[in-house]
Design a protein around this ligand. Structure first.
Ligand SMILES: Cc1cc2nc3c(=O)[nH]c(=O)nc-3n(C[C@H](O)[C@H](O)[C@H](O)COP(=O)(O)O)c2cc1C
Length: 216
């Protein structure tokens, strides 16, 4: 009798404890679903607020940030998971200055530049050979977004398919024939704060099939 009374008291205390926990604490902590939603919105805001940055402050970019940029680039999707890319990180001021002409004048003020290249020895065989361009482009966009997330400024400077630029880069960086420079990304801490461009055009979207009437 005495033992069963003690057991009842223990049981009652446990039940009350559980009720208190559920009623008072479950509402205070954000649920995992809310956390996911917040992280998701932060990621979308990051995508929407990225813009090309072409002026840099001169402050040097930390090595761990450069590594994060490269990790983000290599996290991109690739056809058949071939990862047909190579990255040339340029920190040498003389090389940055040699790059800094024509479409890449801003390279002179950048702390570094990353050249995103396709590796023709790794790309998809046969008809899919040009997938390297899409693969390296996906890596580039990841890199640009990561730069923005880290408070850095960067801009995509196109190289391939302009043959004169490809030749210039290949010579300057001593690239082997199977390595094709797709672009140069000058990077630094921003010295400008341009508004992101509004590119939202609903009439660029077609639903289910092409609506010719809507185009007129
Ligand atoms: C394939 C490609 C090539 C580009 N080449 C250059 C370039 O040579 N020089 C430059 O200043 N910007 C270049 N850009 C950046 C674009 O000018 C820029 O992305 C565009 O104006 C939209 O602006 P936003 O990046 O601020 O949204 C290039 C972008 C892409 C995708």
């Amino acid at each position: 009798m005495k033992t069963s009374k003690i057991l009842n008291v223990i049981l009652a205390v446990a039940v009350i404890g559980l009720v208190v926990k559920v009623v008072f604490f479950s509402g205070c902590r954000p649920t995992q679903k809310n956390e996911t939603l917040e992280t998701g919105m932060a990621a979308i805001n990051l995508i929407m607020s990225r813009t090309s940055i072409r002026a840099y402050s001169g402050q040097s970019v930390e090595n761990d940030k450069v590594e994060t940029l490269l990790k983000a680039a290599m996290a991109a999707p690739t056809a058949g998971n071939k990862q047909p890319w190579k990255f040339v990180v340029i920190k040498d001021k003389q090389i940055l200055n040699r790059l800094a002409s024509g479409n890449m004048k801003m390279a002179a003020d950048a702390d570094l530049a990353i050249v995103v290249c396709g590796d023709l020895n790794l790309t998809f065989p046969g008809e899919g050979v040009d997938y390297w361009i899409q693969d390296a482009s996906a890596a580039t966009e990841n890199l640009l977004l990561a730069a923005h997330a880290l408070g850095l400024g960067a801009v995509w400077c196109g190289i391939y398919p302009i043959q004169e630029r490809v030749r210039m880069l290949s010579e300057l960086l001593n690239l082997p024939e199977h390595i094709i420079p797709l672009n140069v990304i000058p990077i630094g801490y921003p010295a400008e704060n341009p508004e992101p461009k509004d590119k939202w055009k609903p009439n660029s979207i077609h639903y289910d099939s092409w609506d010719y009437m809507e185009e007129q």
